[in-house]
Design a protein around this ligand. Sequence first.
Ligand SMILES: Cc1cc2nc3c(=O)[nH]c(=O)nc-3n(C[C@H](O)[C@H](O)[C@H](O)COP(=O)(O)OP(=O)(O)OC[C@H]3O[C@@H](n4cnc5c(N)ncnc54)[C@H](O)[C@@H]3O)c2cc1C
Ligand code: FES
Length: 264
Amino acid sequence: MKQIIAPVLSNEEIMPGVHLLWAEAPQIAGAAQPGQFVMVRTSEDHDPLLRRPLSIHRVVENGALALLFEVVGRGTDWLAQRKAGERLDLLGPLGRGFDVHSQKLLLVAGGIGIAPLIFLAEKAAADGRHVTVLTGAKTADKVYPFNNLTPGILAVEITTEDGSLGKQGMVTDLLADRDHVVDLTAVDADYLTGPDQIFACGQLAMYEAMASIDWLKDKSVQVSMEARMGCGFGGCAGCAIETKRGLKLVCQDGPIFELTDLIR
Ligand SMILES: Cc1cc2nc3c(=O)[nH]c(=O)nc-3n(C[C@H](O)[C@H](O)[C@H](O)COP(=O)(O)OP(=O)(O)OC[C@H]3O[C@@H](n4cnc5c(N)ncnc54)[C@H](O)[C@@H]3O)c2cc1C
Ligand code: FES
């Protein structure tokens, strides 16, 4: 874990209310694993006092690191206003990332939950693994712009709640109904039967829906958990959650957990 001052390279609103911020942070980018996060100081004074946790969204070889964040309150609003050349105070990489040990991966993103999964997808694809991403958003303008990634490395299926892009419904509908697979345009339509490991990031309701899907019960499913955080590295116990293995700290024991340890 390092505390660094990272120059902002760019900061752009890429979807309504969602920013993509690139910063020069080689000390963190070089050590980061998919699923890990940084604690970002979101003020020049001490208000708000607490840093905000954000997943590492992407890293590139020159040491740049990307954050993808939704503006929901004071901290993220401050961050959204940062301009190229300004400096960010970052602490990281923090937490336990995804444990990848198979060839065929299925990634499931709900809304801004796509943030940590792109880093996972890019690294896994670069390592020669087969990656399919299912992503759900409320409307078409909130669907992550996959076309900015290296072309052709991922098979992507999209749902929107209003049907304005992809299948109408929730992303978990793609998992629940194996029969609709004949309609899919995915390069690899056997993703529902084939994946060795499943990785998800979204709201608790999405995880509850996944826990109720029969065929997922035999699979390794890792999910990224959220909690309000004080320190980000195990010092305050502010992020403790109950799991089937007792109380765990989201910042240190997670944020990645086995779904079966949380729900079922
Ligand atoms: C490990 C981790 C990784 C995260 N990665 C991302 C990411 O990549 N992109 C992203 O957009 N967000 C991410 N979040 C959530 C992000 O940390 C919060 O949205 C952010 O801290 C809000 O700060 P704020 O000052 O803007 O909002 P606040 O003014 O603090 O709060 C605004 C609203 O957001 C809710 N909220 C704030 N923090 C959290 C939280 N941690 N969990 C649940 N609800 C919260 C509050 O209850 C309130 O309703 C992550 C959270 C964790 C724990
Ligand atoms: S945020 Fe302080 S212990 Fe987890």
